[in-house]
Design a protein around this ligand. Structure first.
Ligand code: HEM
Length: 136
C-alpha cells in the first residue's frame, strides 16, 4: 500500500503525541495547576487560622506541583498560539502574578490570614481574567 491516499489517511490518525502536545491538553493541564495552587493556598491559610503544629507537607507539594503545571502548560500554550519573545503585556503580567503567588506562602505571614484569603482569591482570579481577556 502506497500513494497519496495512504499518506492522507496517516495524517488523520491522532497519535498520542498529537493529543499530549495540543493546545487543549495544555489548557486542561493549566486548569489542573490552577486547582492545585488554589487548594494549597486555601489549606495554608486554613492551617494558620485553625491548625496546630507544623504546616502539612502536602500543602507545599500541592503548591509546587500546581505552579509547575501552570508554568509548563502556560508556555506550552504560548508555543501553540505562536506567541514568542517579545511577549505581549498580558504574558509579562501573568509571569509577575506567578512569581507573587510563588512567594505567597512566605510573604503572606506578614499580614493577617483573614486578609490573605482575599489577596489569594484576587491574585488567582486576576491571573485567570488576564488569560481569558488578554487585555493588553
Ligand atoms: C499564576 C497563575 C495562573 C493562573 C491562575 C492562570 C489561569 C489561567 C486561566 C483560567 C486561563 C483561561 C483559559 C481559557 O481561556 O479558557 C489561562 C489562559 C492562559 N494562560 Fe494562564 N494562568 C496563570 C499563569 C500563567 C503563566 C505564568 C503563563 C505563561 C507563562 C500563562 C499563560 C496562559 C496562556 C498562554 C493562556 C491561554 C490563552 C488562550 O489560549 O487563549 N498563564 N490562564
Amino acid at each position: 500500500m502506497s500513494g497519496p491516499h495512504v499518506v492522507q489517511k496517516r495524517h488523520r490518525i491522532a497519535y498520542p503525541t498529537q493529543i499530549i502536545m495540543s493546545h487543549t491538553f495544555y489548557l486542561v493541564l493549566h486548569i489542573v495547576g490552577l486547582v492545585l495552587l488554589t487548594s494549597s493556598l486555601a489549606g495554608m491559610l486554613m492551617h494558620r487560622q485553625t491548625g496546630t503544629g507544623e504546616r502539612p507537607r502536602m500543602l507545599a507539594i500541592l503548591h509546587g506541583v500546581g505552579l509547575f503545571l501552570l508554568l509548563l502548560a502556560g508556555f506550552g500554550m504560548l508555543a501553540r498560539l505562536g506567541i514568542m519573545w517579545p511577549w505581549p503585556g498580558w504574558v509579562t503580567f501573568k509571569v509577575v502574578l506567578f512569581l507573587i503567588l510563588g512567594g505567597f506562602p512566605a510573604f503572606s505571614k506578614k499580614f493577617n490570614a483573614g486578609i490573605g484569603w482575599w489577596v489569594a482569591i484576587f491574585l488567582i482570579l486576576l491571573a485567570a481574567w488576564t488569560g481569558i481577556t488578554k487585555p493588553f
